[in-house]
Design a protein around this ligand. Structure first.
Ligand code: ADP
Length: 628
């Protein structure tokens, strides 16, 4: 009776223990379950007394196929053997044993700490094994998480460290008022020609005294004020190969804060700006040279933004003679000062989009004085091939123009004065020609022929000079009438053909092409083209002429096989008195006004004139005028 009540008392105590306990028989390998207390059942979610009498390892664990569980089971059974063989308690450490989630068929991972204690009989033999597991899952998971976090933090640390170490920008951290170098990356070490490793852990101005003058005040002020400091293109003289060499840095010094928010020092970042400064200085120098050159040549520079029509002008010379204080204008402000027809000229040049142009404009300045401005422009395009800017120069050529005008007046007067006597000489020479022809005195007749030809040349020259001065004075008269272009060409060709026995002028046009234009002026242009074609092709024997209708225009071209015209001369070819000067063109007689007069005539007739070079030498000159 007493034994039963004592047993019940023990059982009651066993049940009331606030820790989970299980009592097993040492009948290895079964380890039959003898008793489990309430706490054990509750944490393992065991139904009441269900597993009493069962083999411990058969019923306790789920997921026996899981490697970690199997390993834990092996450890636990080896601990049990150890307890049985030594008769001493064993601490198992942390084991993984999953438990079933009731009614769900699922299991949950749990971590356990447990001690197994032997219960001995009076002979000192192990009668039972008492195991008391404590669920340490939360603690373990916390630990696992912290291990994971630590791992991630390390990866991040390594990443930042490699960025820091490999950065091409110099970075360093200095601690405390004596600025002990905590970190310094190789880029910074390289810039200052210092071994970064040597500097670490030591006050920077002791290990690198040369840096004190430059950096101590700045770093101290950042440390004391907590305010960042940035600098641009600071000059730093570094001893390189025994010589002081000037370098430049862009830098920032900021307070350095520890993770807990306390400011412990300063962090400095610096970029080597030497190359940039040197390049800029070189650029500034060449700009200055350019400016001096431009100014001493009396040139103005202008830069027009085609989208906004804003003009930057370095000089008041730019067309209107504005006061020097301003340098940005709207294009219209300039246009207002131009003589209306020259305004059109500038507009046309801007929309023509030829890469380079030179034009002469007349501007009425604010003081009412008239100025001649020679303006050059270069069209600049963007990446989409759209014209966006025009940059060029201006030159006030008023003095030159006045001189030219006086020269023109003189030429015009002289030509006029010469015209009458030369006409009389021509008439007398022709009279003499007619008188001597029937007498058959060949020597005299030849001499008179030569005299007549030279007088013709002189007459043509005088006419050309008179035409040029008429054009300059804007007085060139046009006299339009109906005529057959094809017939005119045949006449001209036969006239010119008579003057040469070296060249054959080939004209295959057979259909009549009527037109309404100034016949005599067109004749003048064609004569000039033909005589040039013959003159500038001394080694050739042919000149080809073509005439055709192109839409509403008549086009006439003269092709020669001569010395050609260099491409770069293209823009000047139709200027007054312009002649190509090179080896090929030397030795030809002329004064360079034929093409100028031709261009003026054709332009006045609303047509255009141009030439094309041929790859195998020779030139094709063409003009086009409206048919009616
Ligand atoms: P000129 O022949 O009297 O010099 P032009 O005004 O007719 O004057 O021609 C101007 C210049 O253009 C010439 O000096 C010559 O250098 C060049 N030129 C004109 N026509 C030709 C041509 N067919 N071939 C080569 N050069 C030419």
């Amino acid at each position: 009776m007493e034994t039963t009540s004592t047993l019940n008392t023990y059982k009651a105590v066993f049940d009331q223990i606030p820790a989970a306990c299980i009592l097993l028989k040492p009948d290895q390998p079964n380890f039959t379950i003898v008793a489990v207390n309430k706490q054990f059942r509750s944490i393992l979610k065991w139904p009441k007394d269900d597993y009493i009498g069962c083999a411990f390892f058969d019923v306790l664990f789920c997921n026996p196929q899981d490697a970690e569980t199997r390993q834990s089971v092996e450890h636990l059974s080896s601990y049990f053997f150890q307890v049985i063989s030594t008769g001493l308690p064993v601490d198992h450490g942390t084991l993984i044993l999953d438990i079933k989630v009731p009614d769900s068929g699922k299991s949950k991972r749990r971590y356990w700490n447990s001690i197994t204690t032997p219960i001995l009989n009076e002979k000192g033999q192990v009668e039972y094994l008492l195991s008391c597991p404590v669920d340490v899952t939360e603690k373990q998971e916390l630990f696992n998480r912290s291990v994971k976090l630590e791992k991630e933090a390390k990866i991040q640390r390594d990443f930042y460290e490699s960025v820091f170490m490999q950065s091409p920008v110099g970075i360093g951290i200095w601690e405390g008022p004596s600025f002990i170098t905590r970190m310094i990356n190789p880029a910074l070490g390289r810039f200052y020609q210092r071994d970064s490793e040597f500097l670490i852990g030591k006050p920077i101005f002791e290990t690198f005294p040369e840096s004190k003058v430059l950096w101590e005040t700045i770093m101290t002020s950042v440390l004391e004020s907590g305010e960042p400091y940035t600098g641009v293109e600071l000059a730093v003289d570094l001893p390189i190969n025994g010589n002081l060499q000037r370098s430049y840095v862009n830098f920032g010094i900021v307070p350095y804060y520890e993770p807990d928010g306390t400011m412990s020092g300063v962090l400095g970042v610096s970029v080597d700006a030497t190359q940039q400064v040197v390049l800029r200085k070189e650029l500034e120098k060449s700009e200055l040279i350019m400016k001096i050159a431009v100014e001493s040549a009396g040139l103005g520079v202008w830069d027009l933004d085609l989208r906004t029509r804003r003009v930057f002008s370095s000089s008041p010379v730019w067309i209107a003679g504005f006061p020097i204080e301003r340098s940005i204008y709207h294009l219209d402000e300039f246009l207002e000062h131009l003589i209306p027809e020259d305004r059109k000229k500038l507009d046309e040049a801007l929309i023509s989009l030829t890469t380079h142009f030179t034009i002469v404009l007349r501007a009425l300045w604010s003081d009412n004085s008239l100025h001649w401005i020679q303006l050059t422009g270069n069209i600049l395009k963007d990446e989409n091939d759209q014209a966006v800017r025009v940059v060029g120069t201006t030159l006030d050529i008023t003095d030159r123009k006045e001189l030219e005008q006086r020269k023109d007046e003189l030429l015009s007067t002289v030509s006029h004065e010469l015209k009458t006597p030369v006409t009389s000489i021509k008439a007398i020479a022709q009279l003499l020609e007619r008188k001597f022809e029937p007498l058959g005195d060949r020597i005299t007749i030849d001499l008179i022929h030569k005299l007549v030809n030279q007088i013709k040349r002189l007459t043509n020259l005088i006419h050309d000079l008179l035409d040029a001065s008429l054009i300059e004075g804007g007085k060139l008269q046009l006299n339009k009438n109906h005529f057959l272009f094809s017939e005119l060409l045949e006449e001209v060709i036969s006239d010119v053909q008579r003057t040469t026995n070296t060249h054959q002028i080939v004209f295959e046009q057979r259909t009549a092409i009527p037109g309404f234009s100034d016949k005599e002026r067109i004749r003048q242009v064609v004569i000039n083209m033909l005589t040039n074609a013959i003159k500038y092709s001394p080694k050739a024997d042919q000149v080809l002429v073509s005439l055709e209708l192109r839409g509403k225009c008549i086009r006439c071209c003269v092709e020669d096989f001569g010395i050609g015209i260099p491409k770069e001369k293209e823009s000047q070819m139709f200027e007054r008195f312009y002649r190509v000067i090179d080896d090929k063109h030397s030795g030809f007689q002329g004064i360079g006004i034929g093409l100028y007069i031709s261009k003026q005539i054709i332009t006045r007739l609303d047509g255009k004139i141009w030439f094309e070079g041929k790859p195998d030498g020779g030139t094709i000159f063409c003009f086009e005028v409206p048919q009616f």
